[in-house]
Each structure stands twice: as C-alpha cells, then as structure tokens.
Design a protein around this ligand. Sequence first.
Ligand code: FAD
Ligand code: SF4
Length: 466
Amino acid sequence: MPKLNLNRVSMPRQDPKERAKNFNEVALGYSEEQAKYEASRCIQCPKRPCVDGCPVNVDIPEFIAALHEGNMPEAVRALKNKNSLPGICGRVCPQETQCEEVCTLNKREAPVAIGRLERYVADWERAHPEAVEAPNEDSPKPTGKRIAVVGSGPAGLTVAADLVKMGHTVTMFEALHVAGGVLMYGIPEFRLPKEIVQGEVHFVESLGAELILDSVIGKIDTVDELLNNGYDAVFLGTGAGLPMFMNIPGENLNGIYSANEFLTRVNLMKAYQFPEYDTPVKVGKNVAVIGGGNVAMDSARCALRLGADRVTIIYRRSETEMPARREEAENAREEGIEFKVLTNPKQYIGNEENWVAGIECYQMELGEPDDSGRRRPIVKEGSEFLINVDVVIVALGTTPNPLIASTTTGLETTRWGTVVADESTGKTVKDRVWAGGDIVTGAATVISAMGAGKRAAADIDLFLKG
Ligand code: FAD
Ligand code: SF4
C-alpha cells in the first residue's frame, strides 16, 4: 500500500485580477506531474467508499490507479465505462459533497482530488484522440427498439449513451439549435468551455445516438404522437428552465433580468464576444444579483467580466446556508464580488424612464430550521435600507416549463410543475414514458441528472427486453 501523503495538490488558476476581465477558463488543470502526484495519494482502500459516493458509481480507484501507473488509455476506459461526460463532471460536479466527502483520506486530512483527476484524464483523452480505442468496436446486437429522448442536457445525453450501448436505436430531440442544455446556455465559458461540452455531445453521437436540433416537443410533435408513431419508449429530460421571481413591486422595471435570460444572452448568444456577436445585453455599472446558488455566482461573475464597476450578491440567509459550491463562492469573492447576506429585497425603485435605479431591502435574521433543514430567514421589522443599482439579475431558482406536461396525456405533476416519476427507475405514471433530471427534481445538479438518466436507461432496457 502506498504511504499516506496528506498534501493535496491545489488547482492552478488564473490570477483573480486578470481573470475578472476575461472569459477564459479560471481553473487551468493539473500538469502530468501534479496529476500523478495527486493520484499517488489514493491508498486504494478496500472499502472504496468513493464509488458509492458517486451518483453514477464510477470506478474511481481503478481510473486513479491506471493514471498513477501512466496507463492513460486504461484510465480513460475505466472512467468512461460509467460516465460519458467526464470533462464536464470533472469541472462542475460538487465532488466535495459526494465522492470526495466520503473519501477515506477525508477523515485524516484533505481527500483525494477526485474531480481534478477526472478532469485531467478527460482532457488527456481530448488531446490524444487516437490513443483510445474507438467506442463502436464491439457494438451490441441491435434490438430493433426505438427510444425518443426529449432534451439533450446531462440527463438526456446519459440515457441516450447507455441505451445505444445496450443495442437500442435512440433519437434525441433538442429544442435549441445546440445540444447540452444548461451546460451550453447557463454555465459560463470560464467555468466550462463550450468546446468541452460539444466534444462530449459528439462522443454520445459517436456511440450511435441520433440528435435532432431545433425540435420543440409539444410543438412539432407531442409525446403521445412520438409513442403512436413508432417509438417504443420516451424519456423526458427537458430540465427546469422557467425562472422564478419574488412577485414584489417594481419587478417589471427595465434592467431587471432573470438569471436565465441574462446567462443565455451572455453564454449561448455570446454577448461576451461583442462586437463579433451582436447580442444586446445591458452592461450595468452597479449590478445586484439576488440569490446565493451557483446560478447567482455565475451571473455575478459574468456581469463583472462584462465591465460592471461593482457587483453585489444579495442573499437572505447567512453564508453558511448559501447553496453555491464553496469553491465558486470563493472564486467570486477573490474576483471582487461583494456579498450582502441576511438581506432581502422588499421592492425595486424605478427612475422616470422606468429603469431600475434602486432596491429597498430588509435586513434579515435567522430563526429555527425550516423544511430544507436550513435556518429560516425572518424580516427585521423597520430595518429597510436602499441600495443603488442600474441592473438586477434575479437568480432564485427555476421550475420546469409547462409545455411538456400540458401537451402530454396522463402525466402526473406536482404543484411546482415537476413531473412525478419513480426515484429508482424514472418511470412516470404514463405507459412507456420515463423522466429524469431537473424536470423531476427541480433545479439540482449535473451528476444527479446523469444518475437519473442511468437508472432510467436500465429500467427502459428491462422493459423493452421484456
Ligand atoms: P437541462 O440541462 O436543463 O437540459 C434540458 C434540455 O432540454 C435543454 O437543452 C432544453 O433546451 C431541452 N428542452 C426543454 N424543453 C424541450 C422540449 N419541449 N423539446 C425538446 N427539448 C427541450 N450543476 C452542477 O452540478 N454544478 C454546477 O456548477 C452547476 N452550475 C449551474 C449553473 C447555472 C447557471 C445553472 C442554470 C445550473 C447549474 N447547475 C450546476 C445545475 C445543472 O446544470 C442542472 O441540474 C442540469 O443541467 C440538469 O440537467 P437536465 O438534463 O435535467 O436538464
Ligand atoms: Fe482512493 Fe479515497 Fe477512493 Fe479510498 S476513498 S479508493 S483513498 S479515492
């Protein structure tokens, strides 16, 4: 057994002052030497808790051992056996609350940097495409069954990859002109380069899945029509793309964006590459972002990079309860984003031209824990104060777009608009229809959507093979 080495290799990153002015990737990735050193920290413990800590059960010790031995094609194979999107997961998965949290080393010191090693292996494969066996070499026997996958985010891509590997014929329908879901339109380039996302989408296509873009299911065809026109099963992975607002006075003023709209303009429509891409987006000087999750951090950091003088995160609980990844909140702070916690908007104030000019806020305090387990924020009466702003980005969460539920017969939905599906199989109450990812859970994580895709693929396969 290798000797215990407690010093985790930190991730090289762009300097905060520099990166706050560009959209290039913040984290630069390990060198070969750093990756091998970090891989040597894994003690290959017999219980392997990290594997169960991963929602798609990647054989983590196996890929780390291969990397340590310098057998990179084997490391790629071991990693991609369970995960078709490792370059994405290595960058955005919250490993600190999953595989790394349960890593045996975490009891003594810092856990093995599993996510960073995953990223290293995925990036090595991208740089050496000829070194790894073509995925189609031992194609499974075709079953003759056809599955329609609606949506090409992490849930849809995962279910598609697994089903083609089982011999089924899969068609993915995507509403947008590009596949990838939130990975393309939400998460910014400086955290997840779009070239990486498209590389992994192409990998899924190379396995044999067909991708049809610009196809809004519910408009061009309904789910019922897909089922009546030759598809044996349908998987719904359409995410949760409908933004939530607070419904407070002034929310319709000009200059107030939902985070969805703001990030779509900046990322998918490439407003950050103006004038090459002529996408209109108001670049505020004094920007407030409402919310404390990853979406809020991404919005704030985009606004800063577009040229804002001052960007403030306004969050109603304290930093302890903030749902954003710790690493991303730290990155944001380093870049100069200000945090105003225990603060909540009461109303927006407009100028004569109906543009937002200020936010009247309450100070908050924390009470007893609520249903989410976090301490409930309570308004401090008489604590109102004003913050001057010229752009506000509201990042308070999302729910599923009602299109699918309203055009499909026999689906059951919750009062939040999410589709009801069995947690362990993804099966909905409608015959031959499965669902997974944010459309079922509401806004969650990439890896939880992928885990749902994997479970649904296994159940669809079981159903189709009788
Ligand atoms: P989505 O990724 O939303 O994909 C759904 C796809 O379905 C989209 O491409 C959509 O266009 C398509 N679609 C919708 N309706 C139709 C229709 N009617 N017909 C055809 N296609 C349709 N998670 C993390 O783990 N780490 C992070 O750091 C992180 N950061 C995030 C930052 C932002 C800004 C956002 C918004 C989310 C972030 N998340 C993060 C959450 C994560 O991205 C989502 O949980 C995940 O993408 C959900 O996957 P999905 O496949 O269910 O849906
Ligand atoms: Fe290695 Fe940590 Fe997994 Fe044990 S739990 S096998 S030390 S990565």
